[in-house]
Design a protein. Structure first.
Length: 182
């Protein structure tokens, strides 16, 4: 029986929180793996993310040593708006059980997601706590909260501030080599 946590997002850029907290969630829930799903374009984000080839390359670097993690390019290949329910329905036959893994910040706006009631019925969301979010919900996992935010990291890079220890070194090097977020 294969049980996967579906973890979607822009991963723009992927940081240590994107690695460590889903691993803790997987272990706490006794699942087999975390399936990372980079979104082509999130319907609730106004800004266009960094080109998908860069986000995918950075995510692969970030997860290179994470045997418990896999990356799907389903949403990147599909293009357009990335609706989670479409992804869950496309993956249903590949896993015995899929649960959606979301951050507390996303859960606060979950009722704006396309067909959110269906997502709850099919993929029983589990919520990762996030520093600075005081969400009271039985779905919040009792694990270490997400500390970093990609928005903060992009802003730090843009203003030449240190991003040391916020992401894997290989991702930091990739960002510098490709002059991303400057």
């Amino acid at each position: 029986m294969t049980r996967a946590l579906l973890y979607g997002g822009s991963f723009d850029p992927p940081h240590n929180g994107h690695i460590f907290v889903p691993l803790c969630a997987m272990e706490y829930l006794n699942f087999d793996s975390v399936l990372y799903m980079p979104a082509f374009q999130s319907p609730l984000k106004k800004s266009k993310p960094t080109a998908e080839n860069h986000r995918l390359a950075m995510l692969r670097l970030a997860l290179a040593d994470s045997h418990w993690a896999t990356i799907s390019t389903l949403e990147l290949e599909r293009g357009g708006m990335s609706y989670t329910i479409d992804t869950i329905e496309a993956l249903r036959d590949e896993y015995d059980e899929i649960r959606l893994l979301v951050g507390a910040d996303q859960w606060e706006q979950f009722n704006k997601w396309h067909r959110w009631e269906d997502i709850i019925a099919i993929a029983n969301p589990a919520i990762m706590p996030r520093e600075g979010t005081l969400l009271q919900d039985e779905r919040v996992l009792p694990i270490t909260p997400l500390l970093s935010a990609s928005t903060t990291i992009r802003d730090r890079i843009k203003h030449s501030k240190s991003i040391e220890n916020l992401m894997p070194l290989e991702v930091t090097q990739y960002i510098a080599q490709n002059q991303l977020y400057v």
